[in-house]
Ligand binder design. Structure first.
Ligand SMILES: C[S@@+](CC[C@H](N)C(=O)[O-])C[C@H]1O[C@@H](n2cnc3c(N)ncnc32)[C@H](O)[C@@H]1O
Length: 144
C-alpha cells in the first residue's frame, strides 16, 4: 500500500508503523487532520490509538475512520471481548474485529473527540458472498 502511495508522488512522508504499539512516531499537534480507512477492523482495542491521535492532531482537527459494526447476526461465531468489540476468523483466516457503536462512542468521549457524522454502509463480507455492515465516523478533536 505504501509503495502504491509512493508511486503517486503526493505524500511528504510515508512511514510503516504497527498501530498496536504506541506512541506514534510523531510529535504533538503534527497533523491538521487524521484519516484511517479500512484498518481498524484488524485491531481489537482502539483506545491507545484514539488517545495518540488526540495527541498528534491539532486542536479542532478532523479524525475520520471506519470500523466493522458489531451486529447480533454473528453471535455464536464470535469471541466477545468485554470492552465492546468481538473477534471472528474470516474466510481468509485472519482475525477480524467488530466494534460496537457504544464502544466507539465511549472512546470518542473519553479521548476528546466530538462525533460530527456517522454513516453505515455495506462492505465485502468476512464470509464469501455475504456483505457486512461497516460504519464510518467523522469526528473533531476538542480544542481544550
Ligand atoms: C484493507 S487495507 C486498507 C489500506 C488503505 N488504508 C486503503 O484504504 O486502501 C488494510 C491495511 O491495514 C494495514 N494494517 C493491518 N494491521 C495493521 C497494524 N497493526 N498497524 C498498521 N497497519 C496495519 C495493512 O498493512 C493494510 O495495508
Amino acid at each position: 500500500m505504501l509503495e502504491i502511495c509512493r508511486s503517486k508522488d503526493f505524500a511528504d512522508d510515508l512511514r510503516e508503523f504497527d498501530l498496536r504499539g504506541m506512541p506514534l512516531p510523531y510529535s504533538d499537534g503534527s497533523f491538521d487532520d487524521v484519516i484511517c480507512c479500512g484498518v481498524f477492523h484488524l485491531i481489537g482495542d482502539l483506545e491507545p490509538i484514539f488517545k495518540e491521535v488526540f495527541r498528534v492532531i491539532k486542536p479542532g482537527g478532523i479524525f475520520a475512520f471506519n470500523v466493522l459494526a458489531q451486529t447480533s447476526e454473528k453471535e455464536g461465531e464470535v469471541v466477545s471481548h468485554s470492552q465492546g468489540y468481538s473477534e471472528i476468523i474470516s474466510d481468509w483466516n485472519v482475525p477480524v474485529f467488530m466494534h460496537s457503536g457504544e464502544y466507539i462512542e465511549k472512546l470518542l468521549q473519553g479521548s476528546g473527540f466530538d462525533r460530527l457524522k456517522e454513516l453505515k454502509f455495506l462492505v465485502r463480507g468476512l464470509h464469501e458472498g455475504i456483505d457486512d455492515l461497516a460504519c464510518a465516523y467523522v469526528t473533531r478533536r476538542t480544542v481544550v
